[in-house]
Design a protein around this ligand. Structure first.
Ligand code: ATP
Ligand code: MG
Length: 411
């Protein structure tokens, strides 16, 4: 039989890869908790409508990237391509729309049928922060500040730039949409097929096109600024003032629209030049209509998601944990005493290992191979006297130590 391979666009996380991955999650969990975020977990698959209704029927995710399937009962289910829609669904399903705001931290695997390349996978992982139930721009600034602090805590903030934009309120967007239709209609002949399809249904989407030809046309497109209502302009001005208040550096980029259709007002991305075309490491914005799409009351909300794989590529090496202590019984009679010592060390919080078999020489060789910092050697005689020989592999010194003293001596 042929050797089995992982599915295209998926990866195993082992060793250094897994350490980086976990370090990012641990850091994000810790920093977001300081902002009052509480962790949620929702199912990995949902009713397909949770995503098809919310992400927008012109978004890339819905038109070509969803892993949807019929289960044995005939229901259409989808492996979640992102977390926000499920979080909004959960807010409604759990009757939490009366207990607002909810401040959420989230992490887990996401699934999109994309062309695999560096920084782009079919199963990838995100960290997410969402604040549900506040219409105040201070909430937008706070989730962004939380993202910035996570990037700082990971030591990669010098590699990323925060770009912010506003998509205005509905009135601003309607006026802007007309201006975009007029502009892009004049360039129809040069637009990609995808963008032509978006022209009627959602011309804002064209601004997010990755097609080279489209991007040249997009460069000359009008920006939303002149079409902003006074209220939308004021909201954006307050967001920027709050970001400054939080000490978060940013630049304005009027081209940011984000890949999903549900955003209004704030849109932002943390971008890097170190990952080629996959330069967006964290992105998000305000999505005031989404909870209503899930059958809940109108509920303003704002949040972001970051790709763990992309953050991981920016991260410096994450060192392995502390070196272990090897417990080495000499002869069968000392084995029981060795197991007691092994557990004594582990229960004291010391990483300790035992070889499953072998004589003294073999076991010491193995201790060396696993990078042990010391060996605790117990023969029958030592066991009877309640002592052990401790060989320190760093200094080379060997000493007799009372078993009761081992945790203190080895900590
Ligand atoms: P892109 O423009 O790169 O396709 P997106 O706009 O589709 O990104 P979002 O839906 O906003 O991305 O997801 C937030 C983050 O998740 C992205 O900024 C990125 O870091 C990460 N991400 C999205 N898709 C993938 C993928 N297929 N593989 C790895 N990471 C991804
Ligand atoms: Mg995408």
């Amino acid at each position: 039989m042929n050797e089995m391979q992982p599915v295209r666009g998926t990866r195993d996380l082992i060793g250094e890869d897994q350490r980086r991955h976990q370090h990012i999650i641990d850091t994000a969990r810790r920093v977001s908790a300081n902002y009052g975020m509480e962790e949620w977990a929702t199912p990995i698959f949902e009713d397909t409508r949770v995503f098809s209704r919310s992400l927008g029927d012109t978004s890339d995710v819905v038109t070509k990237e969803m892993y949807s399937f019929q289960d044995r009962g005939g229901d259409s289910l989808t492996l979640r391509p992102e977390a926000t829609a499920g979080i909004c669904r959960a807010l409604v399903s759990n009757g939490l729309t009366q207990s607002l705001p909810q401040k959420v931290f989230y992490t887990g695997p996401m699934f999109r049928y994309e062309r695999p390349q560096k920084g782009r996978y079919r199963q990838f992982h995100q960290i997410d922060v969402e604040v549900l139930g506040s219409a105040e721009p201070l909430a937008d600034a706070e989730v962004i500040a939380c993202g910035w602090d996570i990037l700082k805590a990971l030591g990669i903030s010098h590699d990323v730039v925060l770009e912010v934009n506003t998509l205005g309120d509905r009135e601003s967007r309607d006026a802007y949409r007309s201006a975009l239709v007029e502009y892009f209609s004049a360039h129809q002949a040069a637009l990609s097929e995808d963008s032509l399809a978006r022209l009627e249904r959602n011309p804002l989407r064209i601004l997010d096109s990755k097609d080279e030809g489209d991007r040249r046309i997009v460069a000359g497109a009008p920006t939303i600024q002149p079409y902003l209502t006074a209220a939308a302009a004021a909201f954006y001005a307050r967001l920027k003032a709050y970001l400054t208040g939080f000490g978060v550096p940013f630049v304005e980029n009027p081209r940011i629209v984000r890949g999903l259709d549900y955003y209004g007002h704030t849109a932002f991305e943390f971008v890097t030049s170190r990952l080629g075309a996959q330069g967006t490491v964290m992105g998000g914005g305000r999505y005031d209509g989404l909870v209503e799409e899930m059958g809940g009351p109108p509920t303003p909300a704002v949040g972001w998601a970051a790709g763990i794989e992309r953050l991981s590529m920016l991260l410096a090496e994450v060192p392995a944990g502390p070196r272990p202590v090897a417990v080495v019984p000499v002869g069968e009679a000392a084995e029981a005493a060795a197991l007691a010592v092994l557990q004594q060390l582990r229960h004291a919080g010391i990483r300790a290992e035992i070889a499953y078999r072998g004589n003294l020489k073999r076991r010491l060789e193995r201790a060396n191979r696993i990078g042990a910092r010391a060996a605790v050697i117990l023969g029958e005689d030592e066991a009877a006297r309640g002592v052990a020989q401790v060989k320190d592999f760093v200094t080379g010194v060997q000493q007799e130590v009372a078993v009761a003293e081992l945790p203190t001596r080895l900590r």
